[in-house]
Design a binder for this molecule. Structure first.
Ligand code: NDP
Ligand code: 2IT
Length: 444
């Protein structure tokens, strides 16, 4: 490894031993970047990497709210404004009990490189709260969102920082937050993306991450002489990303034979009934365990590993570190051809290395799941122009963006690392653009 890169990584490891997810994301990125720093000694002289790995700003605040029984509750919320080198901070908010600074810094770092890869002018940010929307009433979710916004509004704006959804934050939560933002500021601008279609949202944003994932997978498979049609496909998660990944996979001729939620997974050798999964997860907010009885077919496995299901294509679309070395070994022994990350950092470092060593095509999340934030950027454009595009206009741009991202990471891998190393290709291509902007802007 390049000595400068090693020094910066060592410093991070000493400074943040209590932030394992952040260190993992930094290590994955930094180990790829050696060839860049070998070729650009001026980056070291400019202290570029030390600056890049520290978020520009982190905001932490309490969120007091009152539950339905009248009891005051307190959650912690954060906004990590990671990098504004190439555009306003942009990235989602996550509501999940596991949310902490380490997770949001890892997500902010990933987002910065991902947003750079989209080719659109958006910087990187991420935020969220340890609030758990599960089991809360509509009123409780609304009160929480309004209270969070009572602090967050002063830190965000259409040209400064534009939040969106992530785990536990969908159209409902974005609507409540945007409503309160509007009330506090008096502005009707593009400060949130993922908004409802009646108040400035973009058509196609709901589907964008999942659809975009499959556009990239399709390009990667074709470039390697493979065809998605007929591939048995396993998808983890049953949320926004997983559901629309499953929908596009089926449209492209793949057979989605397993999906999961945080309690267990379902298998269905005929191909999952996606209308039923949407009904269960998006409408009823129910559990996948209800699937076999409601579908009259398939099987539910409580707990367990969805990766035990033999498949050619595996798409982790739930959360970080959900695909471990043992899972990777199972997938390889069952003949998996490609793994692409719909979630952020779902695959551990060991599992990623193993899959790559075994010749499995592997697309990392920064490239593969960039479709969501890309259409968010298109939503920002539409809001700025006071226009609404139709689905075809958005989807054709999404397809072009994902195709371009694949070409970029593939070419960058060949130029700086080795052909087919899409992990290095994504890290290097994403980083170079941010680095060039930082160099041009001086020490800020
Ligand atoms: P959702 O909240 O809509 O869905 C998350 C799904 O993953 C749920 O089915 C959930 O199960 C399941 N899950 C299983 N284990 C966990 C766990 N430990 N923590 C959280 N969820 C778990 O989120 P999204 O689909 O929006 O996000 C999924 C992943 O994709 C995340 O990594 C996110 O960062 C990433 N992503 C999202 C984008 C977007 O546009 N939404 C864009 C790019 C990346 P259960 O139903 O039981 O809660
Ligand atoms: O991880 C991600 O890219 C997202 N959660 C979407 C971010 C966005 O601003 O649309």
């Amino acid at each position: 490894m390049n000595a400068y890169v090693q020094t910066v990584l060592g410093d991070l490891q000493r400074r943040y031993p209590h932030e394992p997810e952040y260190l993992q994301a930094a290590q994955e990125m930094l180990t790829s970047l050696s060839p860049v720093f070998d070729q650009h000694p001026e980056y070291e002289q400019a202290g570029l990497l030390e600056r890049f790995v520290e978020p520009e700003r982190v905001i932490i605040f309490r969120v007091p709210w009152v539950d339905d029984s009248g009891r005051p509750r307190v959650n912690r919320a954060y906004r990590v404004q990671f990098s504004s080198a190439i555009g306003p901070y942009k990235g989602g908010l996550r509501f999940h009990p596991s949310v902490n600074l380490s997770i949001l810094k890892f997500l902010g770092l990933e987002q910065t490189l991902k947003n750079s890869l989209t080719g659109l002018p958006i910087g990187g940010g991420k935020g969220g709260s340890d609030f758990d929307p599960k089991g809360k009433s509509e009123q409780e979710v609304m009160r929480f969102c309004q209270s969070l916004m009572n602090e967050l509004y002063r830190h965000i704006g259409a040209d400064t920082d534009v939040p969106a959804g992530d785990i536990g934050v969908g159209a409902r939560e974005v609507g409540y937050m945007y409503g309160q933002y509007k009330r506090l500021t008096g502005l009707y601008d593009g400060t949130y993306t993922g908004k409802g279609l009646t108040f400035g949202g973009s058509v196609g944003r709901t589907q964008a991450t999942g659809y975009g994932l499959l556009y990239l997978v399709d390009a990667m498979l074709k470039d390697n002489g493979l065809d998605i049609a007929g591939m048995n496909t396993v998808i983890s998660g049953a949320g926004n990303v997983a559901i629309y990944a499953a929908e596009k996979a089926a449209q492209l001729g793949a057979r989605v034979i397993a999906m999961s939620d945080s309690d267990g997974y379902i298998t269905d050798s005929e191909g999952v009934d996606l209308a039923l999964i949407k009904q269960l997860k998006l409408v009823e907010r129910a559990r996948l365990s209800a699937y076999p009885e409601r579908a009259g077919r398939g099987r539910y496995v409580a707990g367990g590993r969805v990766w035990d299901t033999p498949c050619e294509l595996a798409l982790p679309c739930a959360t970080q570190n959900e695909l471990h070395l043992e899972d990777a070994k199972t997938l390889v022994s069952n003949g998996v051809k490609a793994v692409a990350e719909g979630a952020n950092m779902p695959t551990t470092l060991e599992a990623t290395h193993y899959l790559q060593q075994q010749g499995v095509l592997f697309a990392s999340g920064k490239a593969a799941n960039a479709g969501g934030v890309s259409v968010s950027a298109l939503e920002m454009s539409q809001n700025a122009m006071r226009l609404s595009w139709d689905f075809e206009q958005v989807d054709s741009q999404l397809q072009a963006i994902m195709r371009r991202i694949y070409d970029t990471i593939s070419q960058t891998a060949s130029q700086y690392a080795k052909p087919g190393d899409y992990v290095a290709g994504a890290n290097i291509a994403g980083f170079l653009k941010v680095a060039q902007a930082m160099m041009a802007q001086g020490v800020v």
